[in-house]
Design a protein. Structure first.
Length: 195
């Protein structure tokens, strides 16, 4: 098969559209969860302030900002950008977790289910970024929000960078508060610069 301009064009369009919508939805969920947990916003802000000393975060700072990474991981776990991964086809008889999978069976990984399994994630429906922190304060990674195997999401590296930078920039310069105690789920007030 020959790679044509049309193939390159459609792949670029898929990446841009897919990446834009998923990142926007993920940011909306993140802000919604942070409205309910102002102490998490404060902790991220303090980490950014203490570590970066007034500078904006760069992607290379991610290992120095474990709590910010833990918040991002927890949001990817709670609300993966795609609840189902790309379908796969079994190329031979196989098994998954003890279940027989005949050759040519279409398998669609349930990322949402994997990230909400109570045997793996205690209290799976709660927003707890701390679950990703190790005893030394570093951030633990054990997620599959972009699928797995040979057909992993093409935009994973760009998405991770965008999520880190967008979240870091927003929580460095803005505090998200409910417009009123009764409107927690509907609207929010964005205050520039923490005071």
């Amino acid at each position: 098969m020959t790679l044509t301009d049309s193939h390159i064009h459609m792949t670029t369009v898929d990446l841009l559209i897919g990446g834009t919508e998923t990142t926007a939805a993920w940011l909306s969920w993140t802000i919604a969860f942070l409205l309910h947990r102002p102490e998490v916003q404060t902790r991220v802000y303090e980490e950014l302030t203490n570590v970066l000393k007034g500078q904006y975060p760069r992607y290379s700072d991610r290992r120095r900002l474990p709590y910010l990474c833990a918040v991002i991981n927890e949001m990817l776990r709670l609300r993966p950008v795609a609840p189902l991964a790309v379908p796969h086809k079994a190329i031979r008889d196989s098994s998954i977790a003890g279940y027989f999978i005949p050759k040519n069976t279409i398998v669609i990984p349930n990322l949402f289910g994997a990230h909400h399994d109570p045997e793996v994630w205690p209290d799976p429906h709660s927003f707890r970024p701390e679950r990703f922190l190790q005893g030394d304060g570093s951030c633990l990674r054990a997620l599959i929000p972009f699928g797995g195997g040979a057909r992993l999401c093409l935009g994973e590296s760009v998405a991770k960078m965008e999520m880190f930078l967008f979240t870091g920039y927003l929580l460095r310069d803005f505090q998200f508060l409910p417009a009123s105690p009764r409107s927690l789920c509907l609207t929010c007030v964005v205050w520039p610069a923490w005071s």
